[in-house]
Design a protein around this ligand. Structure first.
Ligand SMILES: [Zn+2]
Length: 503
């Protein structure tokens, strides 16, 4: 097999793309996940051409393959947002600095991460502007103008944009200074409606994670220490990565009347009384791409869930002579048309000068769910060989008649989705331990999650974090019931929480 050499950045912690001595050449094999999970991730993101480091420290460039993945994520979510009555909007990037100061917890939480613009058009600005870290404040300001009466409610909005939170320790998709996301914002006449909305959007994220990303997630409530700056309650979905660590993959916040009071978002109720609105916000970001990589990826590269994969199938033609080339390529082109008609996202790899084996490896690296191998013998038989990305080797290969390929691949994509989800769920279950005491918790968080009673006291949570580096991920909505003793202090506790080390 032809060997190929990749040049890429050595990226442990502090990549500095402008220093050429960080470049080195490597053979095509990735480090295995067992050897170095972090380096496996860094190299995979670069080699699969999902993203790259930008010249400004902390920033990332999302490449076409990565953006196509994000577009499929966007479509899956946007469809769900619209089905639940939300409309898309666009608010500006720049927010007056004074807006951030209006909500006490919000300013405390976000001040250290703000990027502030003080000069515009060569002139010092009368009031500094911040680049949005999130948009609650400017949206609250506009709502105070737009919302007058109970007839104006509810307001259900979402925007797709990027935000900036100053961050120097770059990890592509997981931790960058600027990241892409959606932020949903809603205003309601009653507390109950706002609570229902918060939970509904958590359900939407859960549904997306399970049914589109094949990622089993734990929906739950955050502790006070971990909640959003300015929220009364934050819910999140938490997923376990392939190294046993947690990744928060989407959050939904019940904001009470905090922002409505700070920005005077009020309405006249049916009795003619002036009331403050109840608001929510919810977001899911390009971090979820990190989750897709780390939940499903293997030592050969990406394994993409079929619903999100930019290409669901790749046709690799195999031939030696010019005569074979003509007949194989003609059959391959026809097949591509048939698969596209069946709404399968398909590509035909016609690259010259690369062997089929090289192409197999390349598409494995890029995680395409189904590979279609088409050679002269297959064409003669009017058949093709299908190889599943999630099951490497002979086990994942079947031969099928060309005429049946659209339906066979559709069925395979469904099976692959289910099998990827089930595998990830089995992995999470086998690495989640019900822990009775602190010693057990310490051991559990070395490799996965601890599911333990917690008294609700922030001191216990802080001490666990200091001593084990594990944070309280969430208090799962689904509780086994009963009461027990807090895993740290031994006081009685009514709920169990998930503890784990996190990205
Ligand atoms: Zn306790």
């Amino acid at each position: 097999m032809q060997r190929v050499r990749y040049a890429f950045l050595f990226t442990s912690g502090d990549p500095s793309p402008l220093r050429m001595d960080n470049w080195y050449m490597a053979e095509e094999k990735l480090p295995t996940r067992a050897e170095d999970f972090s380096e496996w991730y860094n190299q995979l993101v670069l080699r699969a051409q999902l993203a790259d480091y930008a010249p400004v420290r902390g920033c990332m460039v999302v490449r076409p393959y990565g953006w196509a993945l994000w577009e499929n994520i966007q479509q899956g979510l946007d469809r769900r947002f619209k089905a639940t009555g939300h409309q898309n909007v666009a608010f500006p990037l720049l927010i007056p600095r004074s807006f951030i100061d209006k909500e006490k917890h919000h300013v405390e939480g976000f001040s250290p991460e703000l990027a502030v613009v003080t000069i515009g058009g060569g002139e010092e600005l009368a009031e500094p502007l911040v680049i949005r870290p999130t948009s609650e404040t400017i949206i609250g300001h506009m709502w105070s103008k737009w919302i007058q009466s109970y007839r104006d409610l509810p307001v259900l909005m979402n925007q797709w944009n990027s935000v900036v939170r100053w961050e120097l320790r770059t990890k592509l998709f997981l931790r960058t200074l600027e990241f892409y996301w959606q932020e949903g914002h809603t205003a309601h006449a009653t507390q109950q409606e706002a609570m229902d909305e918060t939970r509904q959007m958590l359900d939407v994220y859960t549904d997306f994670a399970v049914n589109d990303a094949a990622i089993p997630v734990i929906p739950g409530r955050k502790s006070d220490a971990e909640k959003f700056a300015g929220a009364d309650i934050t819910y999140s979905i938490e997923a376990m990565m392939g190294d046993g660590k947690a990744l928060q993959s989407g959050t939904s916040h019940y904001l009470g009347q905090n922002f409505a009071q700070a920005f005077e978002v009020r309405y006249l109720d049916q009795g003619g009384q002036l009331q403050h609105c109840w608001t929510t916000s919810w977001g899911l970001s390009t971090r979820v791409i990190g989750a897709v990589i780390m939940v499903h990826g293997d030592d050969q590269g990406l394994v993409l869930p079929p619903k999100l994969a930019p290409y669901q199938a790749v046709i690799v033609p195999i031939f030696k002579t010019d005569e074979e080339k003509a007949s194989v390529l003609s059959a391959a082109k026809q097949l591509k048309i048939e698969l596209a008609k069946a709404e399968i996202r398909v590509t035909l790899d016609e690259r010259e000068g690369q062997s089929p084996g090289w192409k197999f490896n390349d598409w494995e690296m890029r995680g395409v769910p189904v590979r279609v191998e088409l050679g002269p013998k297959d064409v003669a038989k009017q058949a093709a060989v299908l190889a599943r990305r999630d099951r490497p080797g002979k086990e994942g290969k079947i031969s099928a008649p060309l005429a049946d390929l659209p339906s066979t691949i559709q069925r395979l994509l469904g099976e692959i989705h289910q099998s990827m989800h089930d595998k990830a769920l089995a992995f999470r279950k086998s690495n989640t331990h019900d822990t009775k005491d602190y010693e057990e918790l310490k051991k559990a968080v070395e490799t996965g999650f601890a599911f333990a009673f917690w008294c609700g006291n922030a001191d216990c949570e802080a001490k666990i974090k200091d001593e084990t580096r594990a944070t309280m991920r969430c208090i799962p909505l689904e509780q086994p019931g009963g009461t027990g003793k807090c895993v740290y202090c031994g006081q009685s506790a009514g709920e169990r929480a998930i503890f784990g080390r996190a990205y």
